[in-house]
Design a protein around this ligand. Sequence first.
Ligand SMILES: Cc1ncc(COP(=O)(O)O)c(C=O)c1O
Length: 404
Amino acid sequence: MTRTVTTDEVIALTDKYVMRTYKRLPIVFARGEGCRLWDADGREYLDFLAGIAVNSLGHCHPAVVKSVCEQTAGLMHVSNVFHIEQQAVLAEMLVRQTYGLAKAFFCNSGAEANEAAIKLARKYSWMRYGEDRYEIVTAEQSFHGRTLATITATGQPKYQRGFEPLPEGFRYVPFNDLAAAKAAVSDKACAIMLEPVQGEGGVYPATQDYLRGIYELCRERGLLLILDEVQTGIGRTGRFYAYQNFDGVKPDIITLAKALGGGISIGAMMATDEAAKGFEPGNHASTFGGNPVACAAGIAVVRTMVDERIPERAMEMGEYLRGKLAEMADRRRSVVDIRGLGLMAGVELSVDAGRVGELALERGLIVNSIAGRVLRLLPPLIVGKPEIDEAVEIIDYAIGEVEA
Ligand SMILES: Cc1ncc(COP(=O)(O)O)c(C=O)c1O
């Protein structure tokens, strides 16, 4: 695309006219392909952030571009007053991958998908047990989005401060602590809501025993199990949905967004037939949710993921990545822990992870740091061994510089 403004002008315009909700780095990207991005001056970057787990098929995947372009030329938007072909097709494709969930509601983002899940859990419980059961148990260090209900579900006070009064009805428990979850379930509880791998909280995978125990607790106490798969879903953890890594865990509701549109905004909340009974026409809606263009992108993403067995590839490359990081940890004393599942990896450091990220960026690698101590690696799932080698070499160099 022809540029009409320089990088400095973009930064100045942003500072002047865009609300200050982000701390932005002074880079303007002009083009992306596969695992690579190019800035406006033609400098190349290796992308191990993928738009925070969005560009899972890499930048501008040809199948997604084709599907979106064709759909855009034919029909861009119609209201949910009508049946929408692409929405129906995508819903069936997503359901087929779940073995157990039966229905999808489409929206535009992760926060909206979680908002829908919270509403469905409350409404189902209200319908089935009456008005006194509305509490949702969530985990400390979780992240579920930025709407009022989802910052309240998020077990991190820093996202809530200043936005009080918050909606009632959320209780927080330490993650991976089954006894704490059991103790927190009161007669008022209607659901437990968790991420299978906590992403923003520092890349902490749930343990098999914990998630299975939570599932059993939900069955015993008549609670809905809501799994937030906004970051983990659509292949990232080596299975199509992350919960499929855990034996005997069957969620009642899951939420998706990020990778589902391959770069086009779309979210989804999926539920079992039973839980979905909580919503009747008029209970929930979204003007753009399930829009033909967003769903055309989703269809291309899901088809490519399944046909090209991308989740299996993510599992294999994730193991290779963690192996390389472990070799690096033998040399670097500041590496405290390496964790993750599939191609969602966290490297906990005893030195400033933010500074490591800055030095990596100077060498052309995009990685994310969380809370100043964890490097989060979320490469496109199409990443290969040479790119992983290149990334780990740069991270190794950057950690070495900060250690020195
Ligand atoms: C687990 C999880 N849930 C929800 C969200 C919110 O998604 P969105 O920013 O699309 O609203 C995020 C975003 O990072 C997330 O990681």
